[in-house]
Every structure is written in C-alpha cells, then in structure tokens.
Design a protein. Structure first.
Length: 94
C-alpha cells in the first residue's frame, strides 16, 4: 500500500505541475492540487486544456486513452485518474 501512496503522491505532483503550466489562475494563486482535488468542476482543467491533459496522461501511463462523455467521471480527480490508469498499467506490465 505504501508504494501505491507514494506513486499517487508523485502523480499528484506531476498533475499539479501540468495544471500550473496550463492554467494561469491556478499558477498565479499557487493553487495546491491534492489527490482529491476536483479538476473539472473547479475549472482547473478546462475544455481547451483537456485534450492536452489526455496527452499528458498517455505519456505518463504509457497507454492510449480514449475519452467519451460517459467516462468523464474518471477524470474528475487525481485519485480517480490514478486508480483507473495505474491499475491498467500494472495489468499490462504483467
């Protein structure tokens, strides 16, 4: 479980870097991103940066991500993204 937590912490830090590099308001207000941060409804990730965020996730998890309207809940928080794609990556590495 510790490896999962440290993996989640490291991923959260990378998401925070991504958001601060793509969201001027978050950067200028030094918004802290946590694993439970609401990324979409809070507008930390907006519709313009969402595609770039998907590309960032593909690079991080080394997989292809397709998003449909029904999948949007997966992208609502850092924790839900990590849970979904980290597990998929672990299964692919086996």
């Amino acid at each position: 479980m510790t490896a999962m937590l440290s993996s989640l912490d490291a991923f959260t830090a990378k998401v925070e870097q991504f958001i601060h590099s793509h969201n001027e308001t978050a950067r200028s207000n030094a918004v802290a991103i946590t694993a439970d941060s609401e990324l979409i409804d809070s507008r930390l990730i907006d519709s313009l940066s969402f595609v770039e965020f998907l590309l960032f996730l593909e690079d991080h998890f080394d997989c292809e991500i397709t998003a449909s309207a029904g999948d949007i809940d997966v992208f609502r928080s850092v924790k839900s993204i990590h849970s979904r794609f980290h597990k998929a990556k672990e299964m692919a590495d086996v």
